[in-house]
Each structure stands twice: as structure tokens, then as C-alpha cells.
Design a protein around this ligand. Structure first.
Ligand SMILES: [Zn+2]
Length: 220
């Protein structure tokens, strides 16, 4: 299991380049272990730097291969020259923290909508995280009658409290992961805050267009 799941709080890691993988016309690096979360589930790839032999290469992105294992693309003319070399990974922590807070907020939003309606609802048509906000887009019919102002108030009550968030891997398939907060468990391979109070105040911006309701979560 990669370090980003085991130790999401790590900002740096000394590791080595285990393999180079050609995908399209680009060469990706597979590290022995990594703190860089690969993009997926609406969450953006981590940002950071890979240093080797006195050179620092910005991380362009981290993706998952066909087995769900992370591969890194760095800004280098010849990434293949790093094969077998020791490297130092440094994470852009503020960016990661924002992504974790926003991603966890979307779970909370969905959970509260279901609580209000008193039944499970289908997943959003679109769920995405931008640089400084995240959104879920639902069919209007699915969220009809939901008072989003009240949801915003309840979200803020929860994100002000000491409420733990648990995540773990499936015993049979470690790539399959779960998220649990209060009495809700959902399958999710994303990375999350460990406690709702890390999120702090949030605001919701919602608007209905062409039969769909977009609900944005903003931090602060
Ligand atoms: Zn998640």
C-alpha cells in the first residue's frame, strides 16, 4: 500500500525509481514507494517535486496504471535516466490539504442530502474538485425539496466538531477502499482528512440549470 494511504501526513519521502513505464509518448516513473496521490475519483493528482543528484524536477502529474498503482510524470527531458536512482519526493502540502478537505466535504454533502430526504440517492452525475472549490451535480428530481441552506448550516455544525473519519483497504483487494464517518460507510479510494474539524467552516453555492442542481462547496 503506498505511503499516501498509510501516512497521508508525510510531506517528504526518500525512495528510488523502480521502473520506467512508457505510456503514449511519455515516460512515467514507478517509485518503490510514493507520497504522491494519483488523480482519481474527482480528486486531482498531487503536486510536488522529485529531486535526484542535485536536480529538482516538478511533478507534472501522478496517474494510476491498469492495476491501480501510481505512476509519476515529471518535468524532465530524460526521466528514464533516473531508473534505479535514489530520489527525494517533496509534497505540495497546502494543495493536498485543500484537496482532502474539499473531497471529504463532498462526502459530507451527499450524506446530509440523504439524511434530509430520509433515503439513499443515486450518485451525482458529475463530482469534481477544482483548485479551491468542489461540486456535485445532481438531477433536480433527485434532490427535489432539499433545503441547501439548512444543509450548509448542518455541514458547518459537523465541520466544527471533533468527529473522526476512518478509511481502510478491503481485505481481498487492497486497491478497493472504504470511507466511514459517523454511521455512514461508502466505497472510496480517495484521500481524506482524519477528522471533520480539519475542514473548518464551509459555504455552499447552489444553482439549478437545465434540470440539474449543482452544489459547490467552498472552504472558509
Ligand atoms: Zn472519498
Amino acid at each position: 500500500m503506498p505511503a499516501y494511504y498509510k501516512h497521508p501526513e508525510w510531506n517528504e519521502l526518500d525512495t528510488a525509481v523502480k521502473e520506467t513505464v512508457a505510456l503514449g509518448d511519455q515516460i512515467y516513473l514507478r517509485f518503490e514507494d510514493t507520497i504522491f496521490y494519483a488523480q482519481g475519483g474527482g480528486q486531482k493528482s498531487d503536486r510536488g517535486t522529485v529531486s535526484a543528484e542535485g536536480n529538482a524536477y516538478p511533478l507534472i502529474k501522478c496517474i494510476k496504471d491498469e492495476h491501480g498503482d501510481p505512476l509519476a510524470l515529471i518535468d524532465s527531458e530524460h526521466p528514464e535516466e533516473l531508473l534505479g536512482k535514489k530520489v527525494h519526493l517533496a509534497l505540495d502540502r497546502p494543495f493536498r490539504d485543500t484537496q482532502m478537505k474539499l473531497h471529504t466535504s463532498l462526502h459530507l454533502l451527499h450524506m446530509l442530502i440523504e439524511k434530509h430526504l430520509g433515503h439513499d440517492i443515486e450518485n451525482p452525475i458529475t463530482s469534481d474538485i477544482e483548485e479551491d472549490f468542489a461540486f456535485n451535480k445532481y438531477k433536480n428530481a433527485v434532490v427535489e425539496g432539499v433545503d441547501f441552506q439548512m444543509i450548509a448550516q448542518e455541514m458547518n455544525e459537523l465541520t466544527a466538531q471533533d468527529i473522526p473519519v476512518e478509511t481502510w483497504s478491503d481485505e481481498k483487494d487492497p486497491h478497493y477502499r472504504y470511507w466511514k464517518c459517523m454511521d455512514t460507510t461508502i466505497p472510496c479510494g480517495g484521500i481524506h482528512v482524519k477528522n471533520l474539524k480539519e475542514i473548518g467552516p464551509v459555504s455552499l453555492v447552489f444553482h439549478s440549470k437545465k434540470g440539474n442542481m449543482t452544489v459547490q462547496v467552498r472552504l472558509g
